[in-house]
Design a binder for this molecule. Structure first.
Ligand code: ADP
Ligand code: MG
Length: 300
């Protein structure tokens, strides 16, 4: 079992009649890139504000790092809820020095974070000369000062051009590979699909679904199968040319096949190998359809 980084239980926040966050629970574990996916107005920013102590809870509770109540916990979290106010006429380095001063962090960390966000070559340029994508990367660099275990990003690609979007998404994945747990709020299904390992889908302040992105938001065909000898079955599966992965799961094998694969192709292949299946079922991709409907509704 991996360590629980954030546990949220039944929290709510109401603004008059608006239930911005409504009895929401979720759990985020170490190393996950956790997407909070929902249409505009679904409560993502409010949720992040609450777990960062910027917005007061109406009721419910949350805990960081398994419930350590001390204020050290906050130091382990880097967050960007909105684009920070950098000084336009100061350089990237100077702006980061100001952030470091405020947070009591050594300047020695600055070159490292600039390198991580690929801004070393522009470190002495004034902030106002930066593209939007570079500004966002500098904001991420600032959040990474102090070597946080958790990075929180709210719609980090909003307003960027396609190249800027791709850069930020790659950067988030790179940071995730270093073992930083990332919480990413986004209204973009494809962003969560491309970047996140896990997802919670929000609608009207409620968590309507949570799970692994691989299993719920991908375009690949997911099939459950089993045979009298699952070890032998897995061996043969490795020779199936449309196989992406095959993982044992509670007595069955969860098989991921390339987009567009017909499951008849799989069963024919296995029959040729003289494997009789005792179970064959395709997992529904209902969430993706459901989410697209949700988004469509919210644009009406
Ligand atoms: P998201 O980040 O998913 O777009 P928000 O958390 O910003 O959603 O907002 C959720 C709901 O709460 C929306 O209906 C929004 O209008 C409302 N809301 C957010 N902040 C306030 C506020 N300070 N006062 C009143 N209503 C608010
Ligand atoms: Mg928001």
């Amino acid at each position: 079992m991996s360590e629980i980084i954030l546990s949220v239980e039944n929290i709510s926040k109401h603004y008059g009649p608006i239930k911005a966050v409504n009895k929401l629970s979720l759990e985020i574990k170490k190393g996950e890139i956790f997407g909070i996916l929902g249409p505009n107005g679904s409560g993502k920013t409010t949720l992040l504000g609450m777990v960062l102590d910027v917005i007061n809870l109406r009721n419910g509770s949350f805990s960081w790092f398994g419930g350590s109540k001390n204020h050290e916990g906050r130091k382990r979290i880097g967050a960007i809820l909105e684009t920070p106010n950098f000084y336009p006429y100061l350089s990237a380095v100077k702006n980061l020095e100001i952030v470091a001063d405020i947070r009591g962090i050594s300047y020695h960390e600055i070159p490292k974070v600039l390198k991580m966000v690929d801004l070393t070559h522009r470190q002495n340029s004034k902030f106002r000369t930066f593209s939007l994508g570079m500004k966002q990367r500098l904001a991420i660099a600032a959040a990474l000062l102090g070597d946080p275990e958790v990075l929180i990003l709210d719609e980090p690609t909003n307003g960027l051009d396609p190249q800027g979007i791709a850069e930020i998404r790659n950067l988030i994945k790179e940071i995730g590979k270093r073992g930083v747990t990332i919480i990413l709020a986004s209204h973009l299904l494809d962003e969560v699909q491309k970047v996140c390992s896990h997802v919670a889908v929000l609608n009207k302040g409620k968590n309507i679904f949570a799970g692994k992105v691989d299993e719920v938001l991908n375009e690949n065909v997911m099939v459950e199968i089993s045979a009298p000898d699952n070890v032998l079955l897995r061996k043969h599966l490795n020779d199936f040319n449309k196989l992406i992965s095959a993982e044992p799961e509670d007595g069955i094998i969860l098989v991921k096949l390339q987009e567009g694969t017909n499951i008849a192709e799989l069963s024919t292949f296995l029959m040729e190998k003289k494997i009789a299946l005792t179970h064959l079922a395709q997992r529904k991709k209902s969430l993706e359809k459901y989410f697209l409907e949700l988004l469509a509704e919210s644009h009406d």
